[in-house]
Write a protein of this length. Structure first.
Lengths: 401, 573
């Protein structure tokens, strides 16, 4: 690099003097070391590294931050040096030297950034291929996004049912599912898996576009109306990870993220990573499965259990279950709101609550819009809620006075 | 207070004249009037968009919904904030600079199509009002990106007004761009080939090419959106055979080039600022000129990087490649600008401070842009505050800083008055620091898990949000330092004289403000718009002074010119 063309014309040293070369080497070293130092903050600015994907993405980011840090230090350094060294002294009205350019230098600062972006591109491509790949023995969970909650549907095939099951004693819809499909399903507002298990979530939306994001896993995928989309990740650390909606979906967009209640309970969309498969089965799958297979006899108790299979927590407050949804009217004391019977043209509270779920647009509590989805009686319809579940839920809500 | 000095015997002096407000409130085909109309209108919408931002930041002081009535009201805030800032502030403001300066820089009496020029401007105020009126019928709430089905099925009627308003603004933009292209092609003076044009003119040329090629796609998307909303069509309704990704692709096919529409003129302004205020030629003129065209071209090939989490997975890598490529011409510019100030004689005028601030902040936006191009990282930070941070670093730290610098630089030419330099420095420092603390922490919020477009967030983000909000209030207030300075300048600013910065481009070779016909006779451009440091440039500037009166604002002690210096051998391009 021919430095005389960049000199200030004050009779400075000729061409590439050893001193200026040393300064350039020192500055270059400082920039490289500085960039690497900057990149070491990476673990502090990411959430817990919860997945195999997170490990790779964080490493890619650290590499990019190191390079970005070097460019940052280079540019800010040159700027700072320039404003100090090349400021016009008071009263100096002369111009600077008439330097139009330097072909070598311009070539260098075109080629080096080009090489850098090629390297980043190749590295990022490799990470992408790894993240995208289909892993063996994936756990498939279906996710449904709607305004404004998440529902995860789990499938339990016949083989995984308890032995000696008295099929005649099963609830009607469960038996129908086993006979027609060979499996039973149940829903949960939370996604459960275990350490080391590759997860494949197949997603659809009931209404507008949403996006499924687990910051701790570093993966995100939009849910697109009219399509099914997929997301994959493999957790490596046990724990709980917030699930966040990352595509504007309406007034409750922010509420679709998992929350923590006042007494520390998890509400709404969370990923729960159990220690191992045995813990997953023991702490989640078997209790949930059995709650569906052997529901409590008391309809109100059954309703209290079954209501969690639906997305009500996304919009309603209900202290008994720790719900904090603000988009819809509070369900606390719902059974005592007899003044609504006249307003809505209902004859009993039971009818009011029943029809509020099947036909929510029929009567709107003043101050609230018509945005509650209808829960339909037939499988295959959106928001399918079988009649038995609905009756149990109504029985439960009638206990909320 | 001194007025224009007495002319030298025998020399013709173009008298500067005071501006009259009434001239600017009515239809005029004078590009100087239209340019000011664009700029004042844009500044008004800057205030409106800024006020919406203040409401957003006030709401975000707490993790719960405390200020706005409901989530919908909050969503309307940022939807209109973004739309106003893009289509009613930056794009028209840059058009205003282009309109005012282009004929002057080209030594012409006006634009190629003066009537069309006025028509294009007068579409803007009604379109802006139409958008604001949306609040009376249920304001648009689907973000400035307006994705269906949210925008087709759930947003209020204001969404239709929003789309109609954008249609009008897009047409205005296209008409202006046509005017710029024809003016540049046909109305350059003798001796000004394409590679003797000022870089601001190159920037406007590249921008105008983008506008003409991209904006019709926005019009197409908006038309389909309006039809879906009012005419029962199903372009974006999957239940009836439509596709939501159709909107995303067509919208972003325009909206990515749109970001270059917003930033390229800023690059052009920056080239003017740095060269003049460091008294040194632009380093790598040809590279900067051609890289503007390269950015314009490659900018059409990157759009789906805004869709990495919705685009079909197989297409994500190709767009990563194109998005990485476009970093190279931008990097060339940044290094060329550094080369410009290196070794110069930097004068810390307010204009220069904002130019340096641009370099300092835009590079951060450029770095995060390359990070965002990497698909695996993008899928973590897409639709989070990381993106909000990136876009504000390039649009505020880039475009707005360039606009501020341009205002300080050309205010003397437009009004015939100087802005107060001490207030300008105060404006710069308050803006620079508060800008950094407003937007830099957003990178962290996004990476740690805070999505964008939310009024409620997890409590652990509250501290960062409080820092951001307080800094943003200071940033909001800093705008008024400039407005106060402007008012002061009208009331008692120093007379500017024709060429207070002793610059070589043609707009300075006439009085401040210029007469209605811009120049006396046909001006001859100096052979190199950035030829500082040569004897002939010095002689040219001395010649201008003897023709038009003193360059330096009155009150600055004039020193005798520097003695001739031996010139180094011609180097580089």
């Amino acid at each position: 690099m021919n430095l005389s063309k960049l000199s200030s014309g004050r009779g400075s040293s000729k061409a590439t003097s050893p001193l200026s070369l040393i300064w350039i080497a020192v500055a270059g070293l400082a920039i490289i070391v500085g960039g690497i130092l900057i990149s070491t903050v990476t673990p502090l600015i990411f959430p817990t590294q919860g997945s195999a994907e997170a490990q790779q993405i964080d490493a890619l980011f650290q590499f990019m931050l190191a390079i970005g840090g070097m460019i940052f230090l280079l540019v800010q350094g040159v700027l700072l040096y320039s404003v100090l060294r090349f400021r016009a002294r008071p009263g100096d009205r002369a111009d600077g030297p008439p330097i139009q350019g330097n072909t070598t230098l311009e070539f260098v600062w075109t080629i080096i950034p080009a090489i850098i972006v090629v390297i980043i591109t190749i590295y990022a491509y490799q990470v992408w291929v790894s993240i995208q790949s289909i892993k063996p023995n994936e756990q498939l969970v279906e996710a449904v996004g709607l305004r404004f909650a998440w529902i995860f549907n789990y499938t339990v095939p016949e083989e995984e049912l308890p032995p000696d099951l008295d099929r005649e004693a099963l609830p009607a819809n469960v038996l129908a599912s086993l006979n027609n499909n060979g499996f039973m399903t149940f829903s949960s507002p939370q996604l459960h898996t275990w350490v080391g298990q590759p997860v494949h979530v197949r997603m659809r939306t009931e209404d507008v576009n949403h996006a499924f994001w687990i910051p701790g896993m570093r993966v995100k995928q939009d849910l697109l109306a009219g399509r099914t989309t997929d997301i994959r990740f493999t957790p490596v650390e046990p724990g709980v990870y917030r699930i966040v909606c990352a595509e504007l979906c309406g007034s409750g967009h922010g509420n679709m993220a998992g929350e923590v209640s006042a007494n520390g309970d998890l509400i709404g969309a969370w990923l729960i990573v159990h220690q191992d498969e045995e813990a997953f089965l023991r702490e989640f799958l078997i209790p949930e499965r059995d709650a569906v297979l052997f529901p409590p006899a008391d309809p109100a108790l059954r309703g209290r259990q079954v209501i969690n299979n639906y997305a009500c927590a996304g919009c309603h407050v209900l202290d008994d279950l720790g719900w904090v949804g603000i988009t819809g009217p509070s369900l606390n004391g719902i059974a005592s709101r007899t003044q609504r019977l006249a307003a809505g043209g209902y004859s009993t509270m039971e009818e009011y609550i029943y029809r509020s779920i099947r036909y929510p647009g029929e009567y709107l509590v003043p101050g609230y819009g018509n945005i509650m989805p209808a829960f339909n009686p037939e499988p295959g319809q959106p928001n399918y809620m079988p009649e038995e579940d609905l009756e149990a839920i109504v029985a439960y809500l009638l206990t909320q006075e | 207070m001194a007025t224009v000095t007495a002319p030298l015997p025998g020399a013709r002096v173009a008298e500067g004249r005071r501006l009259r407000v009434s001239e600017y409130l009515r239809w005029s085909v004078d590009h100087k009037v239209i340019g000011v109309q664009y700029m004042v209108t844009a500044l008004v919408f800057f205030i409106i968009g800024g006020a919406l931002a203040m409401l957003i930041r006030w709401e975000l002081l707490t993790p719960t919904l405390d200020v706005m009535a409901d989530g919908t009201a909050y969503n309307q805030l940022f939807s209109i904030h973004g739309t106003v800032m893009i289509f009613l502030w930056i794009i028209p403001m840059m058009a205003g600079f282009g309109n005012y300066l282009l004929p002057l820089m080209l030594g012409a009496k006006d634009m190629a199509f003066p009537w069309l020029n006025a028509f294009a401007f007068w579409m803007i105020p009604p379109a802006g009002i139409l958008m604001i009126l949306g609040w009376f019928v249920g304001q648009a709430e689907a973000g400035w990106t307006s994705y269906p089905p949210l925008s087709t099925m759930f947003s209020g009627d204001g969404q239709t007004l929003w789309a109609m308003s954008l249609h009008i603004l897009g047409l205005s933009s296209i008409l202006g761009a046509i005017n710029f292209i024809v003016t540049i092609k046909n109305m350059r003076p003798q001796g000004m080939g394409y590679f003797q044009m000022p870089l601001f003119v190159w920037a406007i040329l590249a921008t105008s090419i983008i506008i003409v090629m991209a904006t019709p796609f926005l019009a197409g998307a908006l038309t389909l959106l309006i039809l879906d909303r009012v005419a029962g069509t199903a372009f974006f309704n999957p239940v009836q055979g439509g596709d939501v990704l159709l909107w995303q692709n067509v919208f972003w096919f325009y909206s990515h080039p749109a970001v270059y529409i917003m930033v390229l003129p800023g690059f052009g302004i920056l080239s003017e600022l740095l060269s003049v205020h460091a008294r040194k030629p632009i380093f790598g003129y040809r590279a900067i000129a051609l890289s503007s065209l390269a950015i314009a071209l490659v900018g059409f090939l990157v759009w789906a990087h805004h869709m990495f989490t919705s685009l079909t997975p197989e297409l994500r890598i190709p767009f990563m490649i194109t998005s990485m490529i476009i970093a190279v011409p931008t990097g060339i510019k940044v290094f060329s600008w550094l080369g410009t100030i290196w070794g110069g004689k930097i004068r810390f005028t307010s204009a220069m401070l904002f130019g340096l601030g641009f370099l300092s902040m835009f590079v951060i936006g450029g770095i995060t842009g390359v990070m965002l191009a990497a698909v695996p990282f993008n899928i973590h930070v897409h639709d989070t505050y990381f993106v909000v941070s990136h876009l504000h670093f390039v649009l505020f730290g880039g475009s707005v800083f360039a606009i501020y610098g341009g205002l300080y630089h050309w205010w003397p030419k437009i009004t015939g008055r100087m802005l107060d330099e001490r207030l300008g420095k105060l404006h710069f420092w308050v803006t620079y620091v508060s800008f950094f603390f407003t937007f830099f922490p957003m990178h962290l919020a996004g990476m740690l898990g805070m999505p964008r477009r939310v009024a409620v967030y997890a409590p652990e983000f509250q501290t960062i949000n409080i820092i951001i909000s307080i800094a943003s209030f200071v940033l909001g207030i800093s705008t008024f330092i400039l407005f106060y300075n402007m008012a002061l300048s009208f009331a008692r600013g120093r007379v500017a004289g024709p060429n207070p910065w002793r610059a070589l481009t043609l707009e300075w070779a006439t009085s401040s403000p210029p007469p209605s016909h811009n120049f006396e006779g046909d001006p001859i451009p100096y052979k190199n718009p950035y030829g500082y440091g040569t004897e002939s440039a010095w002689a040219y500037l001395e010649g201008l002074e003897s023709k038009f009166g003193p360059s330096a604002p009155t009150g600055i002690k004039r020193l005798p010119p520097a003695p001739p210096r031996p010139q180094p051998a011609p180097s580089g391009d």
